[in-house]
Design a protein. Structure first.
Length: 265
């Protein structure tokens, strides 16, 4: 597979009173352009640590990350990030929150062109009638729609999603998964998502990367998900491969994730 994004020997070590704490060690992963890959594992295994290193928000102890032929160093507009909480500026409207990034990235465009970008993505995520409301006037799901619109509006080379639906009720989560899939289908942005939800991983992904438990977390298994696209939730769940893949993921989380790497000499 030709890699559009490559994580090589990615390692993160934090100092602690008992000595260096190795959270992730020699984490290797290659993503093809336009691929949707999900990281799954137990809470605290280092999924978000990997994602934050790709985002440039967390320093890399060893190894590196290459995106579109360039080694990453620090954050940049080439990566759009959606967190579990959308972190909107409360004194700005949804439209103004999205415009913040657009004005920085597309500063050479005319003002009306930038406004059209914000209006388009807010409309696509279902906020055409609420884009001029402030975050306090929006539900949690609507605020997360703003976060998704903001990330896609920057037209990044890569999309990073850190449990973006983890704080939502089931119905809202299903709705936003469908919104995300439709936006992804239209834009085909290379995507890396963190989740602890097995069904979400199978529904959205081309591949699911299973992480071992820390310390020294690494790639434990990689599962190919070949359901046809565009995807329909009912069709995916009725696919003959769905439950065997689901059982394989659950078995990994219950058994294999706990296996420690053998000590080095």
């Amino acid at each position: 597979m030709s890699a559009y994004c490559e994580l090589f020997n990615l390692t993160k070590v934090y100092p602690s009173p008992k000595g260096p704490a190795v959270i992730v060690k020699d984490f290797n992963l290659r993503l093809a352009e336009g691929e949707f890959v999900t990281l799954i594992g137990h809470s605290g295994c280092g999924k978000s640590t990997v994602l934050s290193m790709v985002a440039g928000l967390n320093g890399i102890t060893d190894g590196g990350i290459i995106l579109a032929g360039r080694e990453l160093a620090g954050p940049g507009p080439d990566r759009g990030v959606v967190f579990q909480s959308p972190s909107l500026l409360p004194w700005l409207t949804a439209f103004e929150n999205v415009m913040l990034g657009i004005n920085q990235v597309f500063f050479t465009a005319q003002p009306h062109e930038r406004e059209q970008i914000a209006e388009y993505y807010l409309s696509v995520v279902g906020l055409a009638d609420a884009m001029h409301k402030r975050p306090a006037e929006l539900s949690q799901g609507m605020r997360q729609r703003v976060g998704i619109a903001r990330a896609f509006a920057l037209k990044p080379k890569m999309l990073l999603l850190d449990e973006p639906f983890g704080m939502l009720d089931s119905l809202t989560r299903y709705e936003l998964q469908a919104v995300l899939l439709e936006l992804w289908r239209k834009n085909r942005i290379t995507t890396l998502m963190v989740t602890h939800d097995v069904d979400e991983a199978l529904y959205l992904s081309d591949r699911v990367v299973c992480m071992t438990d820390g310390p020294e977390a690494e790639v434990g298994d990689i599962i190919e998900v070949k359901f046809p696209r565009p995807r329909d939730r009912k069709a995916v769940m009725e696919h003959p491969d769905y439950y065997p893949l689901r059982e394989r993921l659950i078995e990994f989380l219950e058994i294999h994730a706990h296996r420690r790497r053998p000590p080095t000499a």
